[in-house]
Design a protein around this ligand. Structure first.
Ligand code: UDP
Length: 343
């Protein structure tokens, strides 16, 4: 049964916006919802809790409307006649493992939902932020990724690239709606966002390492660990998103969103162990064991942040050590509560 609840607070400013966040119970979504509630918006969250967790919304649960249902059904029923001032579309199939294990679900979720959501937004020309991914770049064979770069994918027989292509279709659609004047859509390509509430279950390396370090288990580094990524704290990302969607010149454009400070995965493993003063060891795992179904890991990935800095100014201010500590605190708390929520 879908769940729906609404509580209105009389203290909200009269000009507060009404905002829809799809995927609002997820990792990035729940942090964004907290920020929007704090600025006085009336927030409606739609999340089918497939990868989102309702307890992620605990800090704001009594100040939001929550529709616990698949977005597609919610748009057809609960939200059919509703209008919003802004939409943040974060509902998506996330994580390497999900994409590899359930490719049909991943492709359909990413393409169908975005198409339906943009049709919905076009009814009232609602400014809409579409969450995309650095995966869209494919394997360009260079370290620095800029929005106007060509993309290069592997063959369609390699499942991994379906995620990149599905997100690229989302982008084409959003940009087409913007070009036709039907939705002022802004596309954000997220680069390795990390922080409390992120699920290690879906393959993300930072929560996995933190969990292993807390348990005193080995940290499993895939390959030789010389591959690098730039990790950006979710709180820096969610501070940026409302500013970007509120910037009129951002409509119809794609923006890289992330940190541009790289770290190798071996250095990351060492940093996690040092930061948490863990007794864990580091083991290297051959790619063939880590991804038995086959997977092409990217060597390096770093966003060119020139465009987002020019548009609204942005510097990720949270250092990785702080993020690691906060993920650990969140994990300890969810373990002590015996909850299934948390990281
Ligand atoms: N990785 C790892 N151990 C893990 C999970 C991931 O060494 O337990 C590596 C993975 O091969 C990749 C990097 O960490 O090189 C980042 O992986 P993640 O899935 O977090 O993000 P993405 O591959 O999308 O950058």
């Amino acid at each position: 049964m879908p769940t729906r609840s609404r509580k209105t607070a009389e203290t909200r400013p009269a000009n507060a916006g009404r905002v829809l966040v799809s995927g609002g119970a997820g990792f990035i979504g729940s942090h964004l919802v907290e920020r929007l509630v704090a600025r006085g918006d009336r927030v409606c969250v739609v999340d089918d809790l497939s990868t989102g967790v309702e307890s992620n919304l605990a800090p704001v649960r009594d100040r939001i409307e929550f529709v616990g249902r698949d977005l597609s059904l919610a748009l057809e029923h609960e939200l059919r006649a509703e209008r919003f001032d802004q939409i943040y579309h974060l509902a998506a199939a996330v994580g390497v493992e999900l994409v590899m294990n359930e490719p049909v679900r991943a492709i359909e979720t990413n393409v169908d939902l975005t198409a339906q959501l943009l049709r919905f937004a076009s009814a009232s020309n609602t400014p809409t932020l579409i969450a995309s991914s650095s995966e869209v770049y494919g394997k360009p064979g260079k370290e620095l990724f800029s929005e106007e770069d060509d993309v290069l994918y592997g063959p369609t027989s390699v499942t991994r690239w379906s995620y990149a292509c599905s997100k690229a279709i989302d982008e084409y659609l959003a940009l087409a709606y913007a070009r036709e004047g039907r939705v002022p859509a802004v596309v954000c390509r997220f680069f390795n966002t990390v922080g409390p509430r992120q699920l290690g279950d879906y393959g993300m390396v930072v929560p996995r390492f933190v969990r292993a370090a807390l348990a005193g288990e080995p940290l499993r580094v895939y390959g030789d660990g010389s591959q690098s990524r730039c990790f950006c704290d979710v709180r820096d990302v969610t501070e940026l998103l409302p500013r970007l969607l509120g910037e009129p010149t951002a409509a119809g454009r794609v923006f890289n969103v992330g940190s541009d400070s790289p770290i190798t995965i071996m250095e990351l493993a060492e940093l996690v162990i040092d930061t948490l003063k863990s007794e864990s060891t580091i083991i290297t795992v051959p790619y063939s064991d880590a991804y038995p179904g086959g997977f092409e890991d990217l060597r390096h990935r770093r966003p060119d942040l020139t465009r987002v800095r020019e548009a609204v100014g942005f510097d990720a201010s949270t250092v990785l050590i702080q993020t690691i500590r906060d993920i650990a605190a969140s994990l300890r708390q969810s373990a002590s509560l015996g909850s299934e929520g948390g990281v």
